[in-house]
Design a protein around this ligand. Structure first.
Ligand code: URA
Ligand code: URA
Length: 245
């Protein structure tokens, strides 16, 4: 079953045990992308500023000058053990000048078979979420923390994430998005270099090299727990507002 296949980290992120009070929810209005009058702005969160490209100019990843270059390097990558089990690499896809970059965890079965991100059931839900803020899927850039499928859709391990992150960093440098949407605990924690739970990271505007990062649930988690749709909707509207602003 594809749903079970793509659940991955969703079930592992503890929503319990987070002692922080949730920030106030944004109240929906008739125009979903418009700010609710008087709606609270999320507080600033983590700022993570890994060194930028030219410090590592001898690295082929840093020398890649297009998303296609990066994808070609990923296609030949043997930096971690995930390469042994992959059918195809899944570098990511979308608009090279996208204002929104969406980051998930890693390829599931359908993604591994097709080489495309978010094409299983979770991907269909992601497409609907983007449509809800008037962003057609082909107007954003969609990718994952790891570019090869972990066996049995287990969580990507620390060494695999560390090996793969330079590709993501370079993709972000090339796209230069206005906003980043990190979906699920693995995406949020890896991008922001933190162990804080998804529940703790939501409802803040974090920064990756200065670019605002909004954290929300993973679409696969929403398929399992519809109660998370409403908070996801709130998060995505915050991202839309930052895009408009
Ligand atoms: N599909 C992806 O490409 N990434 C995920 O994280 C889940 C499904
Ligand atoms: N935990 C996750 O890792 N992702 C979700 O979307 C929800 C809980």
């Amino acid at each position: 079953m594809i749903l079970a296949e793509s659940e991955g980290a969703g079930s592992r992120e503890p929503e319990v045990g987070d002692s922080r009070a949730p920030a106030p929810m944004v109240v929906p209005t008739s125009n979903p992308a418009a700010p609710a009058p008087g709606s609270p702005s999320p507080a600033p969160g983590i700022s993570f500023d890994p060194p930028s490209a030219d410090l590592f100019a001898s690295d082929p990843i840093q020398r890649a000058t297009s998303l296609e270059d990066v994808a070609a390097l990923i296609a030949g990558c043997r930096r971690c053990k995930l390469c042994d089990g992959r059918t195809r690499t899944v570098p990511g896809e979308g608009l090279a000048t996208a204002r929104l970059v969406v980051i998930g965890e890693g390829p599931g079965r359908t993604e591994d078979e097709t080489g495309r991100p978010f094409v299983g059931r979770a991907g269909e839900l992601l497409t609907k979420i983007l449509e809800a803020i008037a962003l057609p899927r082909d107007q954003v850039f969609i990718c994952n923390i790891v570019k090869c499928r972990p066996p049995e859709n287990r969580l990507p391990q620390y060494d695999e994430i560390a090996a793969c992150l330079p590709f993501l960093y370079r993709q972000i440098e090339l796209v230069k998005p206005t906003v980043i949407l990190a979906m699920g605990g693995t995406a949020a924690q890896s991008l922001l270099n933190t162990k804080q739970s998804l529940g703790a990271l939501r409802n803040q505007v974090h920064r990756f090299r200065g670019i605002p990062v909004i954290v929300t649930y993973h679409p696969a988690a929403l398929l399992r727990n519809p109660n998370w749709k409403r908070p996801t909707w709130d998060d995505v509207r915050i991202a839309a507002r930052l895009l408009d602003g």
